[in-house]
Design a protein around this ligand. Structure first.
Ligand code: PLP
Length: 458
């Protein structure tokens, strides 16, 4: 072991949680020297295909900050991609996981079961849209759950085709790569992809607006493609994010999702809402489908479900969920006891701490400030999103021509000034904001002040 390694390992391990000082504090350049040493070790040890967007090495996180190994404290506007919605190292989650780890860590639910799994299933059946009878199955990742939703829909319908949408993102496994729209970096060179996956046009108001395509018209446009190119009687499932995540926080026009869901119902097609990014209070509703009262047949959840522990779920109509043969669904770790304990703590936190309302407050604060920015900076072509899931799409002024270079410059400047900000979008020209709902107001305001200053000088 080198002296450097020893130094890094003996650095005082900071304790996370909301007790961390809630401040933006830069004590070195970003990334600092210790992070750069770790980055060099990463390069020598980790596949170069696994990228890091902001290579500060984390030692603690909580409330609204991420603290790095050099002692910098950055404002978190990413939540580890919409995962730590209840706050990083949330005390309820940390305690529940510690207690579960002390009791037992794994049995495999398919071997000797435990009630944490059943309680998570009961909670999801209660909380997800619709008051019909439901069942749930638990998995490890969003992609794995999306794949299982497709398996379940195929088993139920006896049909094979699946429709996904332009700009959609559903994961990186083989079937979900096929469902995902964007080639680079998710699919390039990784084919062949799963067959019987078709793509329909999305409702994208900023880009549809030019032709005056409203929600119902956009739904007719998509349904026409589906009917003519796939055929309803071949179609097992329509898989859609009610607000697209990686694809650019695209919020479909009102009426789009209800019309699609209605068409699916009329044609015996399973309507699958991928709420992996939008779920669990993020959008100012428990689920984004709630906004228009859309009731999906199956809903896929992950990310925000368990405060950072790997867990995902498919929840839906009992008759659909029960269609596959006994033993047809499962996996070694699916519904791991630690992850289930975390999920129950997350759900309790959302309910008792009023986090749905908190997401709306955060959304109002961000929308007001970013709306003022849009009013004075014509490069901010669109401001969209809901609750604590807000984005700005950056373009050449007065057009819809994407300006990815500006998004990269703003993100780089934000990182240098201590903000964890993410980009997204088919063209890479969208800045997205996903703060943890535990962020204090003063940090959110400070982050928006910093962003204003960056736009002035970029
Ligand atoms: C992140 C994401 C996935 C994939 O989840 P993983 O846990 O990374 O496999 C699927 N769908 C959506 C909408 C996502 O945002």
């Amino acid at each position: 072991m080198t002296a450097t390694t020893t130094d890094l390992e003996t650095a005082a391990p900071a304790v996370g949680g909301p007790q961390l000082p809630q401040e933006r504090r830069l004590v070195t350049e970003i990334p600092g020297p210790r992070s750069r040493e770790l980055a060099a070790r990463k390069d020598a040890a980790v596949s170069s295909a696994v990228g890091t967007m902001l290579p500060i090495y984390t030692v603690a996180a909580g409330g609204g900050v991420v603290v790095d190994v050099d002692g910098n404290s950055l404002i978190d506007l990413g939540s580890g991609i919409a995962v730590t919605t209840v706050g990083n190292s949330n005390p309820r989650v940390a305690e529940a996981v510690a207690a579960q780890a002390a009791a037992f860590t794994h049995t495999c639910f398919m071997v000797t079961p435990y009630d944490g799994y059943v309680r998570v299933a009961e909670a999801l059946n209660r909380l997800t849209p619709g008051d019909h009878e439901k069942r749930t199955a638990l998995f490890n990742s969003g992609a794995e759950a999306v794949e299982n939703a497709v398996k379940i829909a195929r088993s139920h319908t006896g049909r094979q085709a699946v429709v996904a949408f332009d700009h959609g993102y559903h994961g990186r496994t083989n079937l979900t790569m096929a469902l995902t729209a964007k080639n680079m970096p998710y699919k390039h060179g990784f084919g062949p992809f799963a067959p019987e996956v078709y793509r329909a046009p999305m409702s994208y108001p900023f880009r549809d607006g030019v032709d005056g395509v409203d929600g119902p018209a956009a739904a007719r446009r998509a349904i026409d493609v589906i009917e003519k190119q796939v055929g309803a009687t071949n179609l097992a499932a329509v898989v859609i994010e009610p607000i697209q995540g990686e694809g650019g926080f695209v919020v479909p026009a009102p009426g789009f999702l209800p019309a699609l869901a209605e068409w699916c119902r009329a044609n015996g097609v399973v309507f699958v809402a991928d709420e992996v990014q939008t779920g669990f209070a993020r959008t100012g509703d428990l689920f984004a489908c709630d906004d228009e009262g859309v009731v999906p047949d199956l809903i896929v959840t992950a990310k925000g479900i368990a405060g950072g522990l790997p867990l995902a779920a498919v929840t839906g109509r009992a008759e659909i969920m029960d269609a596959p043969h006994a033993g047809g669904l499962g996996g070694t770790y699916g519904g791991n006891p630690l992850a289930c304990a975390a999920a129950l703590a997350v759900i309790e936190t959302i309910e008792t701490d009023g986090l749905v309302d908190r997401a709306r407050q955060i959304g109002a604060m961000m929308t007001e400030r970013l709306g003022a920015l849009q009013a004075r900076d014509p490069r901010v072509g669109d401001l969209r999103g809901r609750g604590a899931m807000i984005a700005v799409e950056l373009v050449e002024p007065g057009t819809t021509e994407p300006d990815a270079a500006l998004a990269q410059r703003v993100a780089a400047a934000a990182h240098a000034q201590g903000l964890v900000v993410l980009t997204c979008g088919t063209w890479g020209n969208v800045l997205r904001f996903l703060p943890p709902l535990s962020i204090p107001d003063h940090l959110l305001t400070e982050a928006l002040d910093v962003l204003d200053g960056i736009f002035e000088t970029s």
